[in-house]
Design a binder for this molecule. Structure first.
Ligand code: ACO
Length: 325
């Protein structure tokens, strides 16, 4: 009998400070940077985002999301034997945010590590956790996407600073003889490092290079729509399914136009796409589990439904996970 990893519970958390486009535009105007609600909504679909307070790190957001996911799964933190955090905004250079989260949860002994695949981080982390559960290396995994992307933003660059937000989402995966994650598909192409990056790093106690986000938006857009379709089709083929079997597409929430384009290519109506980018902005590795949890808690996603989760981001990285919820 096949050993599956099944989603036992989901959770998410947004820091309380919410900025509408108008709020952000007013703040940027004080620094001589001009933008508008109209421009942001038309080009991206984003209407608001949340920013964490300066003393709040990814592990703090992750803790709230993880506790909610554990509660939904009816499990205690001590029952988890694997913790993976997908983040590009770790609390420290090391140790991993997963280890810091583990301590805050009061778990000791579980394997804990971070995955760094930027906006694809959650599908990467889910795939690794699934493989470890299928192989018997783990039984109950906590998989978290958590970001304080606001820390990486250049608020003088209006082409990027209006796009991102902070937040965390989590799922508890459990070994089961019932499906479960049906198929996964991951890829990367490092030749595109320069189109989306934070090129700075720490060396000898100093920051070398620019530690703020740089993006060629149009190049990212073109690559994203192509690879998202490919990853979805490859994952469906591995599971012996077709687009018609998808109940919900839960894509990385970067831009409504990328999501509309992916849905069109997969012949899915937008009624089958979970959209949270309007309220969250792009929360990178947190965006898919945030969207999943919102859809579960609002009663849209039901047990037994087939969900296509897919992500794309810096690296360039991309991938998809097909799961029977
Ligand atoms: N407010 C007002 N005007 C702006 C803003 C802003 N915030 N940003 C750019 N503009 C102006 C530009 O200066 C330019 O003006 P000009 O024509 O006078 O030079 C004009 O708007 C058009 O700029 P473009 O960059 O050509 O705008 P585009 O339609 O490409 O939209 C965007 C930019 C939204 C970034 C788009 O390229 C995009 O969505 N790319 C995908 C990237 C993405 O979503 N990345 C997220 C991270 S990656 C990921 O998660 C996969």
């Amino acid at each position: 009998m096949r050993r599956y990893s099944r989603i036992a519970g989901t959770g998410s958390y947004l820091p309380p400070r919410r900025l509408t486009n108008a709020d952000l535009a007013a703040e940027l105007a004080t620094q001589g940077v001009e933008t508008s609600d109209e421009w942001i909504v038309e080009r991206t679909g984003i209407r608001a985002r949340h920013f964490a307070a300066p003393d709040v790190g990814s592990s703090d957001l992750a803790l709230q999301a993880a506790q909610r996911a554990l509660e939904a799964a009816g499990l205690e933190a001590s029952q988890i034997d694997l913790i993976i955090v997908a983040t590009s905004t770790p609390d420290m250079v090391f140790p991993s945010t997963a280890c810091i989260l583990q301590h805050k949860l009061g778990n000791a002994g579980a394997a804990a590590f971070d995955v760094q695949a930027v906006c694809s981080g959650f599908v990467y982390a889910l795939t690794v956790a699934d493989a470890m559960i299928q192989s018997g290396a783990a039984t109950r995994a906590l998989v978290v996407g958590s970001e304080v992307f606001s820390r990486l933003l250049d608020f003088k660059d209006r082409t990027t600073c209006v796009l991102f937000g902070d937040g965390a989402g989590a799922v508890v995966l459990e070994a089961s003889d019932q499906p479960g994650i049906l198929a996964t598909d991951l890829h990367a192409d490092g030749k595109h490092v320069g189109i989306l990056c934070v090129p700075g790093h720490v060396s000898g106690g100093h920051i070398l290079g620019d530690p703020l986000l740089k993006m060629d938006g149009q190049a990212v857009f073109k690559l994203a729509v192509g690879v998202l379709e490919e990853a979805a089709r490859a994952t469906l083929a591995k599971a012996g399914k077709t687009e018609a079997d998808i109940d919900w597409l839960i894509p990385h929430q970067a831009n409504i136009r990328i999501m509309q384009s992916t849905a069109r290519k997969l012949k899915l109506s937008m009624d089958k796409v979970v959209v949270t980018v309007d309220q969250h902005g792009n929360t990178s590795a947190a965006s898919i589990p945030l969207a999943l949890d919102a859809a579960v808690r609002s009663g849209r996603v039901h047990r037994g439904q087939t969900l296509m989760l897919e992500g794309v981001g810096g690296g360039f990285t991309w991938g998809a996970v097909l799961v029977q919820y």
